[in-house]
Design a protein around this ligand. Structure first.
Ligand SMILES: NC(=O)c1ccc[n+]([C@@H]2O[C@H](COP(=O)([O-])OP(=O)(O)OC[C@H]3O[C@@H](n4cnc5c(N)ncnc54)[C@H](O)[C@@H]3O)[C@@H](O)[C@H]2O)c1
Length: 288
């Protein structure tokens, strides 16, 4: 059954450019697109920078970097980007109707064998698939940030996802050097459902003046051996992304644990989105 040779990545932001880089490094032909042409250009230069870093660190040779870049194409529209794709991975904002609209707009442009994957952090794979004629082709492929570094891929099986597609997705994740886990389609899956709790509670502690951001993060880094504290991690993820996930988990799971703190909502409305905007709980130098 479907062997994957070419991958289309829709969305070239924080996650999309990283997924495209990882797939291209692993030997796949990759087409990447974004609704915003400046983000697509920036995504391409970030992929180039990632390949440069891989050469510096001995993860690939100069010839392999060139071959990886030759396998990559930046395309202006999703409809063109997906034409030859065996696997389409979307990494567009965490809004159900956006993801549904995207997949239904490309379903007629791809072959019946093409697999559709969402990088959603929390939304229902079955709900995304509900707009498709072929619901069995949809799966969750949840990568983590930064994609080149993080080993986990959470594979989310929707109610109608076929076993064969779960298996292809598992092999694809392994071919990228990742460790897959297979999770039921439930809000926030195994990762965000747990991880977001820590981030939101850290913000409530900041609101209540328990400690400054650096010290709340240090408590988890030095006391619990977390590589990155929950506030710094929220900056890396993007405050807007975290807010969308929290709102979805609060609406679906219901527990107050997932209620977004006012501080988070206010910072997002002020454009303080974390690393990508230069300001979140910390100040960030502009990215490459
Ligand atoms: N940021 C993280 O740490 C992280 C981690 C795991 C999963 N995710 C998930 O990945 C997805 C993307 O998150 P992100 O942080 O990369 O977001 P982002 O805001 O950095 O990038 C999203 C990109 O999608 C583009 N876009 C929007 N609508 C589009 C469309 N219809 N067609 C093509 N491009 C479109 C935007 O222009 C933007 O560049 C979300 O579902 C998020 O929950 C994020």
């Amino acid at each position: 059954m479907n062997e994957i040779r070419s991958v289309a990545v829709i969305g070239a932001g924080t996650m999309g450019h990283g997924i495209a880089y990882a797939a291209s490094l692993a030997g796949y032909s990759v087409a990447i697109t974004d609704a915003d042409s400046a983000t697509l250009e920036r995504g391409e230069s970030r992929i180039r920078a990632a390949f440069d870093k891989a050469v510096e660190r001995g993860k690939c040779t100069v010839a392999e970097r060139q071959a990886g870049l030759d396998r990559l194409s930046c395309i202006s529209t999703p409809a063109e980007a997906v034409i030859d794709a065996d696997l389409v991975i979307e990494a567009i904002p965490e809004r159900l109707e956006l993801k549904q609209r995207l997949f239904s707009s490309i379903e007629d442009a791809v072959s019946p064998q093409t697999i559709f994957a969402s990088n959603t952090s929390s939304l229902s794979i079955s709900a995304i698939a509900s707009v498709l004629a072929r619901k069995d082709r949809m799966i969750g492929l949840h990568f983590f940030n930064p994609v080149p570094v993080m080993k986990l891929v959470e594979i989310v099986r929707g109610t109608e996802t076929s076993d064969a597609i779960v298996e292809v997705a598992r092999r694809f994740a392994v071919s990228l050097g990742k460790t897959p886990i297979v999770v039921k389609d439930s809000p926030g899956f195994a990762s965000s459902r747990l991880g977001v709790v820590l981030g939101l509670e850290a913000m409530r502690m900041l609101e209540q003046g328990v400690a400054i951001a650096e010290d709340i993060d240090r408590a988890m880094e030095l006391g619990y051996n977390h590589p990155v504290g929950p506030l710094r991690l929220t900056d890396i993820v993007g405050l807007d992304v975290r807010l969308a996930i929290a709102d979805h988990l609060h609406a679906t799971i219901g527990a107050d644990t997932y209620k977004a703190p006012d501080l988070l909502r206010r910072m997002v409305s002020e454009g303080k989105l974390g690393k990508k905007s230069g300001q979140g709980f910390y100040r960030w130098e502009s990215e490459a």
